[in-house]
Design a protein around this ligand. Sequence first.
Ligand code: CP
Length: 310
Amino acid sequence: MNQLSVRHLTGIRGLTENDVQLIFQAAKEFKEVINRPIKKVPSLRDLTIANLFFENSTRTRLSFELAEKRLSADVVNFSAGSSSVSKGETLVDTVNNILAMKVDLVVMRHPHPGASQFLANKVDTIVVNAGDGTHEHPTQALLDAFSLQEKLGDLSNKNVAIVGDIRHSRVALSNILCLKLLGANVRVCGPKTLIPKGINSMGVDVSHNLQETLEWCDVANMLRIQLERQEKGTVPYFPSLREYAMTFGLNKDRLDKLDHEITILHPGPINRGVEITSDVADGNHSIILNQVENGVAIRMAVLYLLASKT
Ligand code: CP
């Protein structure tokens, strides 16, 4: 099959391994394009894309916008703070008004889990999820796996640890689904309070011991503590950020104790000195900026494949 099996990209759930490999193949070609002196192709010249951001973003928003412009699409950007959402307009009304202006495809980040699928069910356009609350962040998982495949080759039977705030992380869920599709062994590691009960039913191991996990893994994906998603006024999930950093933070001492090299990922934004120290984030095991570079190629691939589906 040389077409995606889906009309929308609302999550990794619903994609097949063939879909992921199609996206990676197209991303490889688009990566070559964006490294040329003229970084543009006319593939989406006749399309208008709206980027709807109801939640803050640096990497994803800029990366989608660059991907769209590199494909020669017309682009409009919307952020909730400066829109009529603050006057009470619903999501569906907002999007239907934008579509009336002849927009062909919508990229949306929203704080509510399931918002992208809800929108895809309600409006007549292609929807791409740029992160929906604690649910999924499919393009992040695709760019993470693509970056790993570039560095390590075939991911089947590679050991990948996802460390940190699994409970509040859309990156964790999408990464687990994508890595399992590609045959990797996945382990989540963090404090008991930040790992959802029953997560092992997704075929992942659970550990609360970072050093033992680092000894096991080929790759460590270090996630941020999402303080903004933790319920205010309730008992905190761990005693202090300092204690979290001492128990679950990745630093050079921990890496020096290993008898093998590991590859380090971080989706950003980084809280330096909490989940990862600066020397490790900027060190030669880290592929964090490769992830950001690959984000543009992956998003070009997703937009191109969805738009060209007949
Ligand atoms: N990785 C990621 O989603 O970053 P932003 O929140 O800056 O888009």
